[in-house]
Write a protein that binds this ligand. Structure first.
Ligand code: WT7
Length: 650
């Protein structure tokens, strides 16, 4: 990589930075050579009711066992709230900006503490106990944050389900973790449109109860006042329950390895997995990465545009920032409502210093035109972040030049739901930037590239990205299915955590994530299993078989391309395509809506019946002249039809 593509650390970035280049090198060496000493020291950044005496006890071999700070005791809500009250009780904790630009709220640490304690008491009074799973299906309102923290206060395990998921998807998650308490809102509000959360929750509960689940209570925040149905005895209004609740609630003493939350995520096969994170290590890692990656200083206004339904919202809207006593901006709306200048207007309105968003949003806003950006000031901005998918250098440069006016460093942060926090990233005062590269490993992270046979690639080269030793924020298991955890992440390459991503390491030791190498799609930064979309398609009565692949999409990163074989006697039509798109939206949620559907009389299969996705991907990419070896196909003729009727012609 030539020097012209390097953005050297600017003197202004170094000036006040928490970590400089020498410190990065020194700490990194220490962290990988002596993890017990390193994490023993940094584990002190949070408050422990009972200090830990053991630091790291982890093994990626055999049955895989991951324990950090295992004899320590703490409470997450205490760390995010109580311990700040003395110094910053009146500082804003949650700076809420509504979907409607005229609506906002400022909630101080003291106020959030009171809200969380009350809600914790409400949960207790309704029988929610330590270890119980609470499902949170909420819009981006302060009560969503309060709900998460209230669970942690009493040791309940939350499972936040993104508000864009369908009743079916919500039901699956309720069933899987046997959750009998749901917190939701009457409706959400996004881009001026109402999202029927309570209605979806009602449908989900009906589906779940048919499958034998039992939901005891649904706690409902009144957000819009829209019409909803009500199940007496089961449904409870948030404001009614809170009215009589005490604002004092002792935080539960939790063991470091007690479960903190479950978050469902898609893999290459099967239904979404319940990624389980635990208490101590997760909080140490979320707060430490938040501080150093975003070079967070006391008093900074920090904004991460993610939704709390994703891990980014967990670690970098709620737990990391609040553990650090930050002011965290929570935005209810979308980037292009009322128009494409919304992000930049919010930055000016609230004087945001640190801004963290996704490449898909950057590309969409880049497409809307510079004038939406340049009519705002953005003088408050000091640092920009990116997460969710590889950021193409063009989008990176635009973000750097137009949004940040070449004044702000960009941290391209690579991580996963499973990793709990950021693993590969620049530190803005320490690491020179290369557009499109997530750069270097964070403290304690040991990446390794391996080829298809499992041989380690040294120096510059490309391969599959593994992490060969544990870090405190790592997931501990798949909820209720430890075998699946071991199988999914530790069986491809024995003794290594396999990320599912492909990666290149350049001659400077910089990491360039190239995207998933498994059957997982990344659509607008949302992770989706091709198998999930396929099973949604085949659940339609007219579909006999389906194969789904990703293809390059200018804004979404990847689009969803579906090959569909119809039942005998069913005729392909544009109408039916629309019906299938609607069907997938209904089954999974709008984020899974297919971009292209191609009716295929047959799918390319090997003689043993395995679908050759390699070929389907090529055709979806409109790269059909390089299909490679098709000699193992059972019926090579199907390929001609697929190519002839391809839907993505460039
Ligand atoms: C997958 C994880 C945890 C953040 C939100 C997504 C892709 C994430 C980057 C990045 C290239 C990235 C990877 C990863 N990804 N960040 N900076 N550069 N790729 O979490 O839903 O668990 O998805 O997102 O493919 O495996 P997730």
């Amino acid at each position: 990589m030539s020097d012209t593509h390097i953005h050297r650390t600017k003197p202004e970035w170094k000036e006040n930075a928490l970590i400089d280049a020498q410190t990065y090198e020194a700490w990194y060496q220490e962290s990988v050579e002596n993890p017990d000493a390193f994490w023993g020291q940094h584990g002190q950044r949070i408050d422990w009711f009972k200090p830990f005496t053991k630091v790291k006890n982890t093994s990626f071999d055999g049955n895989v066992s991951i324990k950090w700070f295992e004899d320590g005791e703490l409470n997450v809500s205490y760390n995010c709230l109580d311990r700040h009250l003395e110094k910053r009780g009146d500082q804003v904790a949650i700076l809420w900006e509504g979907d409607n630009p005229a609506e906002d709220r400022k909630i101080t640490y003291r106020e959030l503490h009171a809200e969380v304690c009350k809600l914790a008491n409400v949960l207790k009074s309704r029988g929610v106990k330590k270890g119980d799973r609470v499902t949170i299906y909420m819009p981006m309102i302060p009560e969503a944050v309060a709900a998460m923290l209230a669970c942690t206060r009493i040791g309940a395990v939350h499972s936040v389900v993104f508000g864009g998921f369908s009743p079916d998807s919500l039901a699956g998650r309720i069933i899987d973790c046997k959750s009998d308490f749901i917190i939701t809102a009457d409706q959400g509000l996004r881009g001026g449109r109402a999202v029927p959360l309570k209605e979806n929750a009602d449908k989900a509960i009906a589906i779940a109860e048919k499958a034998g689940a039992k939901v005891k209570n649904v706690l409902v925040v009144k957000r819009t006042g829209g019409e909803i149905s009500w199940a007496d005895g089961r449904d409870l209004w948030y404001h009614d329950e809170m009215a009589g609740a005490s604002a004092e609630c002792e935080p539960e003493r939790m063991n470091a390895e007690d479960p903190l939350f479950i978050l469902y995520t898609s893999g290459s096969t099967g239904s979404p997995k319940g990624v389980l994170h635990t208490t101590g290590g997760y909080l140490v890692f979320a707060s430490m990465t938040h501080q150093y990656v975003f070079d967070y200083h006391d008093g900074d206004i920090y904004w991460c545009t993610a939704d709390v339904g994703w891990v980014t919202g967990h670690s970098y809207i709620v737990y990391g920032p609040l553990a650090n006593g930050a002011t965290s901006l929570v935005f209810e709306g979308v980037p292009n409502y009322p128009d494409s200048s919304r992000f930049w207007q919010i930055i000016d309105k609230h004087q945001v210093n640190i801004f963290y968003t996704a490449p898909t949003a950057i590309r969409a806003l880049m497409g809307a035109g510079d004038e939406y950006v340049t009519k705002s000031s953005r003088k408050s901005l000091r640092l920009l972040g990116s997460v969710g998918e590889p950021i193409n250098p063009e989008a990176w440069e635009w973000y750097y030049r137009v949004v940040g006016e070449e004044r702000c460093a960009i941290v391209d942060t690579w991580w996963q739901t499973e990793t709990g926090g950021i693993l590969i990233t620049p530190l803005p005062g320490a690491i020179d930037l290369k557009p499109g590269s997530a750069t270097k490993p964070f403290f304690g992270v040991k990446p390794q590239l391996v080829d298809g046979e499992g041989s380690v690639i040294e120096g510059a080269g490309s391969g599959n990205l593994c992490i060969i030793d544990s870090w405190p924020g790592q997931m501990r298991t798949v909820y209720g299915d430890h075998d699946r955890f071991v199988q999914t992440y530790f069986s491809t390459y024995k003794g290594k955590y396999f990320t599912g991503d492909g990666c290149r390491r350049d001659e400077d030791g910089y990491y360039w994530i190239t995207g998933r190498v498994d059957d997982v799609l990344n659509v607008s930064g949302h992770r989706m299993g091709t198998a999930e979309v396929e099973s949604a398609l085949v659940s339609h009565p007219k579909v006999s078989e389906a194969a789904v692949v990703g293809y390059p999409h200018d804004v979404k990163g990847q689009g969803i391309y579906c090959y569909v074989t119809l039942m005998a006697g069913e005729a392909p039509s544009e109408e039916l395509k629309k019906e299938l798109v609607a069907h997938v939206r209904k089954e999974i949620g709008p984020i899974a809506a297919p971009d292209k559907i191609q009716f295929a009389p047959g799918l390319p299969k090997t003689r043993s019946g395995k679908i050759m996705r390699r070929i389907l991907r090529k055709i979806a990419e409109d790269n059909y002249t390089a299909l490679g070896d098709t000699s193992t196909l059972a019926d090579p003729a199907v390929v001609n039809d697929l190519v002839e009727n391809r839907q993505n012609r460039r």
